[in-house]
Design a protein around this ligand. Structure first.
Ligand SMILES: O=C(O)CCC(=O)C(=O)O
Ligand SMILES: [Fe+2]
Length: 271
């Protein structure tokens, strides 16, 4: 059987083995990109970000609706934050960490055209899942991250989604599932292989990653993936992960005044 679950370490340059693994499977996992202390520092900062967002009843950032639910203690919980680096100094520091540039070759573009999408797509997205009866966000159905471009009839541009993980999460407890190799599929499969976000059915080919807090994962924008609901409930189910888009092509920052109409639906959660 093919080995498709390997723990790597990120050095100044990607190794031949890492490049080959990504080419074949469409993802990589690096152990310990940030220390446990740094993990705690970011989480503390994110607690303050959440407080600020709730207090000021901010429902979207640059047109991207935020997701809210309830935590185990039934207090409001910010479950999906967009453009996080605009609100968190700790996250902004991570985005400017030069070590991340070692991943640029995975975008297969001219080095000058590779960049971290600080102000593009949804910026750095901070996800916070918890499995309790009140939480609205405990899993995510099958999808590819390239879908948005397809909806806007844009050419599918290469993109990476780089995940920074803040909780220990063995695959057996749930979390990220990927289907290795699906980044090399036809555009047709990118669109129609599965029912976007509706289907949660495990795939025989899927791989669950054994995550430790501080790990960095990278997946190709065309790779099919989902988030399996936690097998446990309560505090142990808590899972926090931030995704940073790596992009190329024309610079398309999100405007500050973009306004969707979804916010009224979300509003009740922050009252
Ligand atoms: O939580 C995760 O690991 C994945 C989240 C995800 O796929 C997304 O937000 O697009
Ligand atoms: Fe995704």
């Amino acid at each position: 059987m093919r080995v498709n679950k390997v723990i790597f370490y990120l050095e100044e340059r990607l190794t031949e083995e890492q490049l080959n693994f990504f080419e074949e499977n469409g993802f990589l996992q690096f152990r310990g990109f940030i220390s446990r202390e740094k993990v705690q520092a970011v989480l503390e900062d994110m607690r303050q970000v959440q407080e600020y967002i709730l207090k000021n009843e901010i429902l979207r950032v640059r047109g991207v609706p935020l997701k809210f639910g309830l935590d185990i203690d039934r207090k409001p919980l910010l479950q999906r934050m967009a453009f996080t680096s605009l609100y968190s100094q700790e996250v902004a520091k991570i985005l400017s960490d030069k070590r991340l540039e070692a991943l640029f070759p995975l975008l297969n573009c001219d080095p000058q055209d590779c960049r971290i999408g600080v102000m593009e797509k949804d910026g750095a997205v901070f996800n916070h899942y918890v499995n309790c009866d009140k939480s609205g966000y405990s899993r995510l159905g099958w999808h590819t991250d390239a879908l948005r471009d397809v909806f806007y009839f844009k050419k599918l541009m290469p993109m990476l989604n780089v995940g920074l993980h803040f909780d220990d999460y063995p695959a057996a407890r749930g979390g990220l599932r990927v289907i290795p190799g699906t980044h090399n599929q036809s555009a047709w499969s990118t669109l129609f292989r599965k029912k976007y976000f509706i289907s949660h059915t495990p795939d025989p080919e899927e791989v669950g990653l054994d995550i430790q807090a501080g790990d960095l994962t990278v997946h190709d924008g065309r790779l099919w993936h989902r988030v399996e609901k936690s097998s446990v409930t309560g505090e142990e189910s808590r899972r926090r992960v931030m995704y940073i888009p790596f992009v190329t092509g024309k610079y398309k920052p999100r405007k500050e005044n973009a306004r969707p109409k979804l916010y009224q639906y979300l509003y009740k959660f922050v009252k």
